[in-house]
Design a protein around this ligand. Structure first.
Ligand code: MLT
Length: 262
């Protein structure tokens, strides 16, 4: 489905009924990365899975895409769908966008799910790396980014089928969208100040082999967010929901059941 929001066409998928749960994808993928979670979760909840601006079937206007703009896109989509409050969940870049959403629309967050992400801003070195990658994708296309990032997105033991699937998702994205998100992520503020203020139920998930956002970084989030719980997903690196769907989905389902009962 498509909606006109915030000056762009935003594509999203919607499944199931009940408590609304928004799942925000990682960079540089698309909503399709949540495919393993759809069937089990949509049996009990209303899933809203957008392609963020620049990705999948959504528009890819000229960047950069600040995380707060992406958060505004989600809020506008929820307005269109008549949803006041939702569980907001995101993996990696999806987590950055979730922090931005929480900062701008705290009363709209029923609960938070933060997977393989961090609250801190980019270092000067990381910002420079983003610009290098933006220029790489602009000059050589999405395939170059896919080849560069794939080894850190998935554990070495990931199947060839999964590697090909993730590569395909990345390569179908437009260079302008990937560059816009890279330059937008580089602009994001440090969200560490938000952590002690979080009062909603929060689930943290991390792949045991994640080298991009390590289990140690996620433990910092756990110690800063009151009442949060960190679940480690065995045998997974960064894209933990795709690499070990049963463990990821089961932790998420248990959490959503508890939120609903609270
Ligand atoms: C992601 O998976 O969204 C990216 O690794 C985030 C980042 O590059 O910081």
């Amino acid at each position: 489905m498509d909606r006109q929001v915030n000056g762009i066409t935003l594509h999203y998928e919607e499944y199931g009924q009940g408590m609304p749960v928004v799942l925000v994808h990682a960079f540089p993928l698309g909503g399709v990365m949540w495919q393993p979670q759809i069937e089990p979760l949509a049996a009990a909840w209303r899933l809203i899975i957008p392609d963020m601006r620049g990705f999948g079937a959504s528009d890819a206007p000229a960047g950069p895409y600040p995380m707060q703009t992406c958060a505004d896109d989600i809020a506008a989509l929820l307005d269109e769908l008549g949803i006041q409050q939702a569980v907001i969940g995101g993996l990696s870049m999806g987590g950055y966008i979730s922090f931005a959403f929480l900062r701008r629309f705290p009363s709209r967050v029923r609960a938070l799910v933060l997977a393989d992400t961090r609250a801190t801003a980019d270092s000067a070195e990381a910002k420079a790396g983003r610009e290098t990658n933006a220029q790489l994708v602009e000059s050589q296309g999405a395939r170059a980014i896919a080849e560069k990032m794939l080894p850190s997105l998935l554990a070495p033991a990931a199947s060839e089928g999964l590697k090909a699937h993730v590569r395909g998702i990345i390569q179908r994205n437009r260079p302008q969208g990937i560059a816009g998100a890279l330059r937008g992520m580089a602009l994001r503020p440090d969200s560490s100040d938000l952590l002690p203020q979080i009062r909603v139920p929060t689930l943290l998930l991390v792949g045991s082999e994640d080298n991009l956002t390590s289990p140690a970084e996620m433990r910092t989030l756990e110690s800063s967010i009151a009442g949060s719980r960190l679940v480690t997903i065995p045998g997974a690196a960064h894209l933990s929901n795709m690499e070990n769907p049963p463990a990821f989905t089961s932790a998420l389902s248990d959490f959503l059941r508890a939120v609903e009962g609270s």
